[in-house]
Design a protein around this ligand. Structure first.
Ligand code: SF4
Length: 373
């Protein structure tokens, strides 16, 4: 069954480090976006035909800024075109300050059964530097409100490598997150693109260096494991059975359709991406020439390399025989020289048919992937 992703490119304001495809909320833009999205869903349903979804993921941006009505419309439109199977995982990303009781009710009524909450840190001063709009205690209150409304599958996003952050502070953040007993935690290192506000202001802050960031990553592996969360991907940790089923589709090379600006699709061994910016997305909507119906010629080897790199993100690694059955290429043969070198430097382990990142390779995965893509 398919995974469906809907990108909601709106936030209440722009965080200082953000380089995502998102815009500050504007009623007129939202109205045009909802219309364009409806057209895109309709066109894709005609092209793909009857298909059911077992995961639906509303990401952003900050989907709850659309309000209860907007959220309901989008989720209904997606489910009308791609019916959601019983037992499907339906996720909505949210920031703590957006989770009012009304929004939580609307999400529950629309079938959302998993929340992904952008906590990032519990340090109030750092939240201000990051341009986040919530206070640490507000984030905890939002979490408990969601629990009280019956949400029993909640993921928390946490960040390290933040301005002024030290290992002790990061460990304290993780302990405070674990005290909430979430089903899932994702950890991300702060990376600053040259066009974001915090990059321009970076001289005003002290950032942890590479070695300290590596130590923070390894600290997280220990702390989260001790808290009962099993690492299943470079940045993702879950209680057994609570891994994000939607994101697993990306890493397991399964099929998914993405809607909205910057959303990506993987269907019938082709990969497609919508334009990143909202105005380009509107232009595409006006012509009706969606990427899914007008694919670029695909390169099977590039497709295979992408699948290999995505699969290696999982801590279980790649099964060479299963990968060969699926793609016609045995990664141990295709990457013979690269794997020998990466194993020699301790970044990858090869054990029979299993190829996976070592503990060090998990932290230095970009280095590994640049050799394989
Ligand atoms: S809430 Fe997320 S998507 Fe929105 S501006 Fe902040 S970091 Fe970017």
């Amino acid at each position: 069954m398919l995974g469906i992703y809907v990108h909601v490119p709106f936030c209440s304001s722009r965080c200082s480090y953000c380089d995502f495809a998102t815009n500050v909320y504007d009623e007129d833009l939202v109205r045009r976006y909802v219309v364009a999205l409806g057209g895109e869903l309709e066109a894709a349903a005609l092209y793909v035909g009857e298909a059911r979804a077992d995961t639906l993921y509303l990401g952003g941006g900050t989907p709850p800024v659309l309000g209860a009505e907007g959220l309901g419309r989008i989720l209904t439109a997606a489910a009308n075109h791609f019916p959601v199977a019983p037992g499907a995982e339906v996720t909505c990303e949210a920031n703590p300050e957006t989770l009012s009781p009304e929004i939580l009710d609307a999400l529950a009524a629309a079938g959302v059964n998993r929340l992904s909450l952008g906590m990032q840190t519990f340090d109030a001063a750092t939240l201000t530097i990051l341009g986040r709009r919530h206070e640490p205690t507000e984030a905890e209150d939002a979490y408990w409100r969601a629990r009280a409304k019956g949400f029993d599958n909640v993921s928390l996003d946490m960040m390290y490598g933040l301005p002024g952050q030290e290992r002790r502070g990061w460990a304290a953040d993780l302990r405070r997150a674990l005290a909430l007993k979430p089903e899932h935690v994702s950890i991300y290192a702060l990376t600053l693109e040259a066009d974001v506000e915090l990059f321009r202001e970076r001289a005003a802050y002290v950032f942890p260096g590479d070695d300290e960031q590596a130590a923070m990553y390894y600290d997280a592996l220990e702390l989260l494991a001790a808290g009962g969360l099993v690492q299943y991907e470079i940045s993702n940790f879950a209680r057994p059975g609570r891994e994000c089923r939607h994101n697993l589709k990306y890493w397991r090379d399964e099929e998914y359709l993405g809607f909205g600006p910057s959303a990506a699709s993987h269907w019938r061994r082709g990969r497609y991406r919508n334009p990143r910016e909202l105005d380009e997305y509107f232009a595409e909507a006006a012509t009706g020439r969606w990427p899914l119906a007008n694919p670029e010629p695909s390169d099977p080897y590039r497709e295979m390399r992408t699948a290999a790199v995505l699969g290696l993100r999982l801590t279980a690694g790649l099964d060479a025989a299963a990968f060969e059955e699926r793609t016609g290429v045995n990664p141990k043969v295709y990457y013979k020289n690269e794997l020998a070198e990466l194993a020699g430097t301790g970044l990858v382990t090869v054990d029979g048919d299993n190829v996976r990142l070592s503990r060090r390779g998990l932290f230095l995965s970009d280095e590994v992937f640049s050799r394989l893509i």
